[in-house]
Design a protein around this ligand. Sequence first.
Ligand code: PRX
Length: 630
Amino acid sequence: MALQIKSFEEYEEKYRKSVENPEAFWADIAEYFYWQKKWDKVLEWNFSEPKIEWFKGAKLNITENIFDRQLSKIGDKKAIIWEPNNPGEQEKNYTYRELYEKVCEFANGLRALGIQKGDRVCIYLPMIPELAVAVLACARIGAVHSVVFAGFSATALSDRVNDAQAKLVITADGLNRGAKQIPLKSVVDDALKNCTSVAHVIVYDCLGSAINKTDKDLSWEEVIQGQPKECPAESMDAEDMLFILYTSGSTGKPKGVVHTCGGYMVYTAYSFQNVYQYEPEDVYWCTADIGWITGHSYILYGPLLSGATSVMFEGIPTYPDAGRFWQVIDKYKVNQFLTAPTAIRSLMAYGEDYVKPYDLTSLKVIGTVGEPINSEAWHWYHELIGKGNCPVVDNWWQTETGGIMISGLGNFSPLKPTFAGYPLPGIQPALLNQDGSEITEADIEGYLCIKAPWPSMLRTTYGDHERCRVTYFSHYDGYYFTGDGAKRDKNGMYRIIGRIDDVINVSGHRFGTAEIENAINEDELVIESAVVGYPHPVKGQSIYAFVVCEHEVTETTDARKRILETVTREIGKIALPDKIQFVSGLPKTRSGKIMRRILRKVAEGDTANLGDTSTLLDPAVVDEIVKNAL
Ligand code: PRX
């Protein structure tokens, strides 16, 4: 593949060049793509506003790079293999040409509905091929897609629709999830009671179930009816918005991370080809959901820009049994596989018998993403799935970074269990002390920051640029602040420790503690609450909520049930606390700040050394909390 580095020595040389002269380095990579007009300037930036512009003045359309640029060569190659939730159901294959036609047809349908360049379109769909079509159709006509994971609740959906002022929502009647069917359209109906910006809702009939039809609804079929299978691509400026993706941070309200066309295209393809060392005949599979950034960058854009065959899976790892991943790898002879540590840990618990029946010898590179991987899971994955001869590439990155930042590359980077590895070319990480000085010594933990721009970094947070500046660029002058803690060994390899801010990573899903607290506090019973994460053997982290209620809560009251219902309504089941402890008060300093450090220790079961509690407003609450800890 054109953008691939083929040895560790070449990596070192490329890395050096990328740091010495980033503009020359990225201009060279960008030549691989089709630009309607080349850039006037490769990079202009400052981290103080922040203002980051890559390939300024260039014109392109990312879907021309997926389709038009490649169709004459790989039009008949499979772009997407769709594996349904139910193993008995027939898979679907889409060649590049077939996918192109579906995208064009739907894009024309969107245009006919009045959707124009810059309009925001909210996509709330299951992992079905129409999700890929909808995303790429938006990109074709320059509409900004905002995909919302189909596990979010009506309230979470309406918050996101309103924040982006979306004109259109694309959804389905419902979705398959293992043995269950889950309604989606009714969630949209609820959400839209509070959204005035939405003119239309397009509904794909996924389950054949009855829906409540409103006057805004159009069926998918109606939208594509009579539409041509060619659609002129909108001409986009390199810095025009490609998409918004909402993600949680340390404040209550999720932020709309904004990615733009040119830099995101260049970096997702570059990182995909190098980390996975994809070869033209290979089959690649990433098990993420397109509702999250991993699905955007490494199911759709990165692989498709590289002409890869990308497997898209509707189901879950444990349906019909815990061998499903391995059966699908065998079925399609998957060569590159990417999943999350939480999935590995959960499947590991079911035992080897679910792996043994399947032939996994097609695998060449296996990846993990989304959270730190523990040593036991790393070895199980490496030895049992990779048979000891596939490199495990541990991909560290974030919604905000758009693409993989630190990782092994294919089979030539040094492997060190639980270490993500080296930065990709163009990525300049730094570890900082609390005072903002850079740590140069080995094996010391620091705040992971990035000191120079890279093409796929976020440009802003939608509708609130100041929030972007404060969250990512104000902690340390001249650095992008990741919110993660990390260590670097004497050879320069990075190990990610985890979040150091008030963000919890549950099964690879990111939540702000304040976001969950706000949800809990919505219940009338609740006066206040504090939420912390604690280690969980499968999920990585779990949610522990300390809740102060109006009246005394006894086992006979339904307070716990009510709180669970409230969180389900406000965010979704994915954010439910595993533990809820009712307390008479929270440990606070005299200035009213909640001492989360103490609550974290309680949640971790480490109450022997809580530190000095004498400065608290009411030290007695700590004794009560410790005594009743769950
Ligand atoms: O804490 C890091 C963790 O996930 C956070 C980013 O979450 P999100 O934006 O949802 O993106 C997830 C997929 C890229 C990071 O701040 N994280 C992600 N990958 C890793 C990781 N922690 C350790 N190792 C990783 N490979």
